[in-house]
Design a protein. Structure first.
Length: 573
C-alpha cells in the first residue's frame, strides 16, 4: 500500500481541485475545460500556496490514457459516410484554413527567432479550432440550427481528421529531425494503407462478431469488449510506428459504423470524462506564471495571429468553397480559438523532446484567452459583415453574395453523372482490394513462410508460400478484375458512343494490368527460373480467376456482408 499512497494522494488532490473548479466554471457559464486547466495550475508545483502533486510521472501516464480515450470517443462520433455526404464545401474550407493557419503560426514563431521544430508545431497548434468550445457556444447562444453553424461543425469534423494526419506527420518529422518531402510522402502513404486496411478488415469482422455475441452482451461485457478493441488497436498502431492516439481514433471510427455505436459511446463517456479530466488537469500543471510573464509579447502576438488569421483566412476558405460573404464571415468569426488538439500536439512535442519548454505554457495561455473570447467573437459577425458590405464596391458584394455551391445543377449531363459514379466505384474497388492483397502478401512473407519452412522441403517453401498467398488473395483479385463491371449503368454508357467506350475500355485494361502485376509477383516468387513457364502460369491464373464462378459467388458474398455492415446503423435508425 505504501507504494500507492503518493499516487492516490495526487489523484485525490486532482479530483478535488477539478470538482471545485468545474462547479465554479459551470456556475459562471464558462467552458468546463478551462476549469480543468485552472485546477491543474492550482495543484501543480508552480503554485506554492497550495498542496501540489508529487508523482508527475504517474500523472503524465494517466494523461496519456486520457488522450487515448478522448480520441476513441472522437472516433465514435465520426463517420466516413457523413464525410462523403458533406461534399466538397467543408473539405475545401478546412484545407484552406489549416494550410493558411499553419503558415501564419510558423511565420509568427520565426519572427521571435524560435527553432524550426517550435515553429512547425506552433503552426499545427494554431490550425485547429476547438470543437468542444464552439459546440457549447452554439448551444448556449441558440445557434445550432443556423445554416452557418452546420457548416462550421462540418469543417471541425474535417479538421479533427486532418489533425490525426498532422499528428502522424509531426511524429515522423520529430523522429527524422529533417523535413524531407519523400519521407513525408512515404509516411502519408503508410498512413493511407493502414487506414484502408484496418477500416476494411475491422468493418468486415467486428460488426459480425458483435452480432453473434449479442446474446452474451450486457453493459459490462460490451464496455470491456469495446475497450479491449480500442487498446488492441492502440498496440497495433504503436507497433506500426504510429501514435497510440491514432490507433484509438481508428478503432472508434470502426465501431462508429456498428449498430452498438451509440450504446458504446454512452458506456465509454464516464471513463472518457475521468481520464480526459486528468489530461486537461495535467495541461494546467504545465502553466508557469513566470514563463508567461517572460513571454507575454509572443503570447499577445499569437493571440492576435489566431483571431486575425482565422477571421481572414477562414472567410477566404469558405468563399473558395462557394459560400456567400455573409455566411463565410459568420463561420470565420466562430473559429477564432485553439483548443483540445493544440494541447495534444503540445503534449506530443514535449514527450518526443522536440519542442522547447516555453511553448507548452504559451499555447495554454493563448487557448485560455481565445476560449473566453469565443462567444464575444460570434456575436459581432453580423455587424462586421454590414461594415464590410458598405466598404466594398456594390458589384463585389453582389458577386460574393452568390452561393456557388447552391447553383442549379440540373443542366448536368446524365451520362457525365453516371460516369462519375462508376469512376468513383472503380477507384474505391481498386484501392480497397489492392491494399488487402498487399497486406496478405506481407503477412505470408513475414509470418506464413517461416511456418511453411518447418513443414515442407526447402525447395518447396517459395512455391507453397506463393500458392497459399494466391489462394488467399484470389477473391480480391477477382474483384480487382471484374467487380462492378456488370451493371446497367456500365451497359448504358457502353451503348452511348465511342467516347464512353474508350473510357470504359481503359478502366478495364488498367484493372487487368493491376491484377497481372499482383499475380506476376506470386508467379515470379514461385518459379523465377523459367520465363516461358512463368508467362504461361500468369495467363492461366488470370484466365481461371476471371471466369471462376466460385470466386464470383464468394466475392459477391463478401461485398454484400461489408455493405450490410456499413449500412447496418442507418437501417437501425
Amino acid at each position: 500500500m505504501s507504494q500507492l499512497e503518493p499516487l492516490i494522494a495526487d489523484l485525490a488532490l486532482i479530483l478535488i481541485c477539478a470538482g471545485a473548479m468545474t462547479l465554479l466554471f459551470k456556475s459562471l457559464k464558462q467552458p468546463i475545460v478551462l476549469g480543468y486547466i485552472v485546477a491543474g495550475f492550482l495543484a501543480s508545483p508552480n503554485m506554492p500556496y497550495m498542496p501540489s502533486v508529487h508523482d508527475m510521472h504517474g500523472i503524465h501516464l494517466w494523461s496519456e490514457i486520457g488522450v487515448i480515450f478522448l480520441l476513441f470517443a472522437l472516433g465514435l462520433e465520426f463517420s466516413f459516410k457523413k464525410i462523403l455526404k458533406m461534399g466538397a464545401v467543408p473539405i475545401i474550407a478546412a484545407l484552406a484554413i489549416i494550410l493558411g493557419m499553419m503558415y501564419v503560426g510558423a511565420c509568427t514563431g520565426e519572427l521571435f527567432g524560435w527553432k524550426q521544430m517550435d515553429c512547425i508545431y506552433l503552426g499545427g497548434m494554431l490550425a485547429m479550432s476547438s470543437t468542444t468550445i464552439i459546440f457549447k457556444a452554439f448551444d448556449d447562444m441558440g445557434l445550432r440550427q443556423e445554416r452557418f453553424a452546420g457548416l462550421v461543425l462540418s469543417v471541425l469534423i474535417i479538421e479533427d481528421i486532418l489533425a490525426i494526419v498532422l499528428m502522424v506527420m509531426l511524429s515522423t518529422l520529430a523522429v527524422s529531425k529533417e523535413f524531407e518531402g519523400s519521407q513525408m510522402l512515404d509516411s502519408i502513404l503508410q498512413l493511407g494503407l493502414y487506414l484502408v486496411l484496418w477500416f476494411t478488415v475491422g468493418l468486415y469482422f467486428i460488426p459480425m462478431a458483435l452480432r453473434k455475441l449479442k446474446p452474451l452482451m450486457n453493459d459490462e461485457t460490451l464496455l470491456i469488449t469495446a475497450l479491449a478493441l480500442c487498446f488492441g488497436m492502440v498496440v497495433a498502431a504503436s507497433s506500426a510506428g504510429f501514435s497510440a492516439a491514432f490507433g484509438a481514433f481508428v478503432m472508434g471510427s470502426i465501431l462508429a459504423e456498428t449498430v452498438e455505436a451509440e450504446k458504446i459511446e454512452h458506456l465509454v463517456a464516464p471513463v472518457k470524462n475521468l481520464f480526459g479530466a486528468i489530461f486537461f488537469v495535467s495541461v494546467g500543471m504545465m502553466v508557469d506564471v513566470a514563463l508567461i510573464i517572460e513571454y507575454i509579447v509572443p503570447i499577445v502576438s499569437i493571440i492576435a495571429a489566431v483571431i486575425l488569421g482565422q477571421t481572414l483566412l477562414s472567410t477566404c476558405g469558405f468563399l473558395l468553397s462557394g459560400q456567400s460573404l455573409k455566411t463565410s464571415m459568420q463561420c470565420s468569426f466562430s473559429l477564432t480559438q485553439i483548443g483540445e488538439f493544440a494541447f495534444i500536439l503540445a503534449t506530443l512535442g514535449t514527450s518526443l523532446g522536440v519542442t522547447s519548454d516555453f511553448l507548452y505554457p504559451i499555447v495554454v495561455a493563448v487557448s485560455v484567452f481565445t476560449t473566453f473570447t469565443t462567444p464575444y467573437m460570434i456575436r459581432p459577425a453580423g455587424p462586421a459583415y454590414a461594415v464590410v458590405a458598405r466598404v466594398l464596391p456594390a458589384r463585389w458584394v453582389a458577386k460574393l453574395e452568390r452561393d456557388t455551391d447552391e447553383d442549379d445543377e440540373s443542366a448536368s449531363d446524365e451520362l457525365k453523372q453516371m460516369w462519375k459514379s462508376n469512376f468513383r466505384r472503380f477507384v474505391f474497388v481498386l484501392l480497397i482490394n489492392s491494399v488487402l492483397c498487399i497486406a496478405l502478401m506481407a503477412l505470408m512473407l513475414y509470418y506464413g513462410q517461416p511456418l511453411i519452412a518447418g513443414i515442407v522441403p526447402p525447395g518447396w517453401v517459395h512455391p507453397v508460400t506463393a500458392l497459399v498467398a494466391l489462394v488467399l488473395c484470389s477473391p480480391f483479385l477477382w474483384m480487382l478484375m471484374r467487380y462492378g463491371s456488370d451493371n446497367p449503368e456500365v451497359d448504358r454508357l457502353w451503348e452511348s458512343g465511342a467516347r464512353w467506350r474508350v473510357r470504359l475500355t481503359a478502366c478495364g485494361l488498367f484493372r487487368l494490368f493491376l491484377t497481372a502485376v499482383f499475380v506476376s509477383y506470386f508467379v515470379d516468387y514461385a518459379i523465377p527460373w523459367n520465363a516461358w513457364l512463368a508467362m504461361f502460369a500468369l495467363v492461366a491464373i488470370l484466365f481461371i480467376i476471371y471466369f471462376s464462378s466460385a470466386l464470383e459467388k464468394h466475392s459477391s458474398k463478401m461485398v454484400q456482408n461489408f455493405t450490410d455492415n456499413l449500412s447496418a446503423r442507418e437501417k437501425m435508425g
